[in-house]
Design a protein around this ligand. Structure first.
Ligand SMILES: [Zn+2]
Ligand SMILES: [Zn+2]
Length: 446
């Protein structure tokens, strides 16, 4: 081979191995190779006096901004909501790449047998996926949700359907990705979140919900895990994004322990499945309300006594606070009494390191904001909520849901300090009691 031939062969090789942008929105056609262009349109257009963004589907007029474009010498309108995915603007086209489907044998490995409840959920998901129907699974914390979606994913992949498993939270996405790659060894699974890009051809994507903005008409199955972790005010936008990324025939499966009213209202009765039992067959721990005022300037004897008992009993404790500054001040009092005590919040640059130390058994007591309300499972864990009256019912349910998740230690305490009962507190407790009762009736817990 001549050098020119070698160079050409190498280019062909590159063309073949390059990641394909099937079903994606692209800003530069130089980025595609063998993919086909489905459509091109302005990033933002004006329909009957209202702007619409064709990249993210946004129609919230307050998120559109104008500036003078020196390329076109005119005013242009762009969408600020999706600007991180490349600017969608009225004077410039975006390109929608044709979606492609590709079948696999959908093989997966599961090292244990599903519980009866998990099996029922799994069959329902599989049915919805095959018929392109929507489903809401209202599953208690620790129900074993991830395993319930395996069969549905497998069925979809055998048909060649493109699938996305998404969650609002990066930590949840990473965790789910680990479990899915472990089960589906032969699938090419794309992991995507801010700063983490796709590496395959988007047949099977695990991502934060935002990443779906990169797609148009591509997914036949979208599974949304922990949908309630999304700020309520962004709900509507989230739905637009999921809708736009979905193919004409698509199934949407929502998994949540705390569905809000708006989400519930979008499903009819037969589309909502309640899963009241934890996978290990033990009831959910019930919140215990105690009137107790925690001050930032003074040691609280009840809390101190409780934390000391926890150390003696070799139990771990999360103490939840509604406010970061308040938490830090209270922490400064208690840190003198314990050696393995820490605090963490969303603005803490060392939070990943601290969570790691937590998993490594290096921390007994963790003062925290709601950042630890989901995504982490520890053995022998109890929780305290300070000023429970400042938390909403889903936060209380999620926090209580941290306790007793491991089969070897299925029980624990949910101690809720408060300065006055609220509707949210009562609602959270009632929900937990109701789910336990339902699980008992079904014979799924003992
Ligand atoms: Zn947009
Ligand atoms: Zn322009």
């Amino acid at each position: 081979m001549t050098t020119a031939q070698k160079a050409k062969a190498f280019c062909v090789f590159l063309l073949e191995v390059k990641m394909k942008l099937y079903g994606r929105i692209c800003h530069d056609l130089n980025n595609i190779t063998t993919e086909k262009l489905k459509a091109s349109k302005p990033g933002v257009s004006n329909v009957q006096g209202k702007y619409i963004c064709h990249q993210c589907g946004n129609i919230d007029q307050t998120l559109f901004f104008q500036y003078y474009c020196h390329h076109c010498n005119k005013e242009t309108t762009y969408c600020r909501y999706c600007v991180n995915f490349g600017k969608a603007q009225s004077c410039k086209d975006i390109y929608i790449i044709e979606s492609k489907r590709h079948q696999t044998d959908g093989k997966y490995r599961l090292d244990f047998e599903l519980s009866e409840q998990q099996r029922i959920a799994s069959e329902n998901i599989q049915r919805a996926v095959l018929k392109y129907e929507h489903l809401l699974l209202h599953a208690v914390t620790g129900a074993g949700k991830t395993e319930m979606i395996f069969a549905g994913i497998s069925a979809a992949r055998q048909k060649g359907d493109n699938i996305a498993v998404v969650s609002p939270r990066v930590d949840v996405v990473k965790e789910v990705y680990l479990r899915l790659t472990n089960a589906f060894k032969d699938e090419q699974i794309d992991l995507m979140y801010e700063g983490q890009f796709a590496q395959y051809n988007s047949t099977f994507v695990v991502a934060t919900v935002h990443q779906l903005m990169r797609y148009d008409g591509h997914f036949n199955v979208v599974i949304v895990d922990e949908v309630d972790a999304f700020p309520l005010e962004m709900d509507q936008q989230l739905m637009h994004t999921i809708q736009k990324a979905s193919a004409t025939s698509a199934s949407h499966i929502y998994l949540t322990a705390t569905p809000n009213k708006r989400l519930l209202s979008q499903f009819n009765h037969s589309q909502i499945i309640k899963l009241p039992a934890r996978y290990h067959g033990h009831p959910l721990p019930i919140p215990e309300f105690q009137f107790n005022t925690i001050k930032e300037t003074k040691l609280n004897p009840k809390l101190l006594k409780f934390l000391k008992q926890q150390i003696e009993n070799e139990r771990k404790t999360f103490v939840f606070f509604h406010d970061i500054r308040f938490m830090e001040k209270v922490f400064n009092i208690y840190r003198h009494y314990f050696s393995k005590i820490e605090y963490v919040s969303s603005i803490d640059s060392k939070r990943h390191e601290k969570v790691m130390r937590l998993r490594n058994n290096e921390i007994d007591i963790m003062f925290t904001t709601t950042i630890l309300e989901r995504g982490i499972t520890l053995e022998k864990l109890d929780v305290v909520i300070v000023n429970t009256e400042k938390f909403n019912s889903s936060a209380i349910i999620q926090i209580a849901g941290r306790v007793g998740r491991k089969i070897a230690y299925p029980n624990g305490k949910v101690l809720c300090y408060h300065e006055g009962l609220t509707k949210h507190m009562m609602h959270a407790k009632n929900e937990i009691v109701k789910m336990n009762r339902l699980a008992f009736q079904k014979g799924w817990i003992t």
